[in-house]
Unconditional design. Sequence first.
Length: 445
Amino acid sequence: ELGPLTGFSPGVQSGVARNAPRGLIFSGDVPASILSRDSNNLAPRIGFAWDLTGSGKLVVRAGYGIFYRVIPLAVQRIVATNGTFRTQDITVNDPFSFNEPWRNYPGGNPFPYHTPSREQMLDFRFRLPVFAQALDPNTRTSYTQSWNFTIERQVLRDTAVSVGYVGNRSLKILSGVEGNPAIFRVGATAGNVDSRRIYPGLASVRLSTPWQWANYHSLQIQVNKRTRRGMSVIANYVWSKAIDIGTGGTIGGFNWQARDPFNWIADKGPADTDVAHRVNIALLYDLPKLAVPRGASALLNGWQLNGILTAQTGYPFKISAGNRGLIGGNADFGDLVGDPRRPAGADPVHMWFNTAAFVLPPLGEHGTLGRNAIRGPGKAVINFSTFKNFKATERFTVQYRFEAFNLFNRANFDPPNGAIGGVNYGRILSADDPRVLQMGLKLLF
């Protein structure tokens, strides 16, 4: 059983739990569920293909469509198991010590906790302030508008080139945000956050609401060379830009929150997954047959080589400053006070950028630096494989395969640590996989 789902509607008194702080509602307060029915989800789609010359060698294609994102059951399970009744989640701001975390907590140690029955929920006594993870009952289905325009041209007998513009816009993306932020004032500390929150009786409200949006625009070029003399090649290049106001959030989750809950647009910037340039080249080559004796031919002929090159520019990352705004969040950014370029001669692994160029913002501020303002290292990988079939009998064939991932063992580093003041600030701490070699035999019949 999922238990009563938790919702948040400021000023509303629950009838399911009469002693709940105002604003905290449950399934039963809203008929049948927390989320209202959304019957306005029209999804038109249109497209065309036009052979300009009638020869099939020059074609224009375009399309547009609206696609809706269904809210999965996972969002219900997350809210139910983190709701008020099934579990007891307590946040202690600025505890006295690790040995005595409950020393200054009103009412002392709240554990062990026993889940009340549905009858007991009506007059359940809440331990204030109440922490809740809740759904926004005014949520509507998120959707994406997608469009494209492509020109395809055959340039040689075995080669075609396509150039296209591909874009999309996603709206009403359901994600977590702080629904009950604190107000900064003189004397504000991390320890008195709950007393400064805008809705009394409630601590942090991790609200799942459709606050995020995202845009994507790209130029996409592809060259396709069909097999000729044993070789075929597919190559593509993408120049793109992805902008949003929060990438890390997941449906029902709270991995990312706006640094300023009163000004979500302040986090407009490159998406965490934004890559300006990316190129992929795939090659397949059947080696020419050699004129050798029959015994040697069984070993030397029939080999196929395959290679894939993938290269891209770096991902963006944040220069984070922790909870400087003292509003109960943990997503503030730094202030830029110098040249962020890495000093000459510095080891990029130990100092990817000039760490002295960023400082913590004053208390009560969220930082002047934009989100994802710095780029991490680029990546390039070549994967290689070769295989050959050996005919064992009329029915059975043995295939030998050799595969090399990251053939040249290039170090493809992840973005560095951007937490100002941390022990690893500015350092690169991880990378993608090193070179991996493997061989195998496959029996085909």
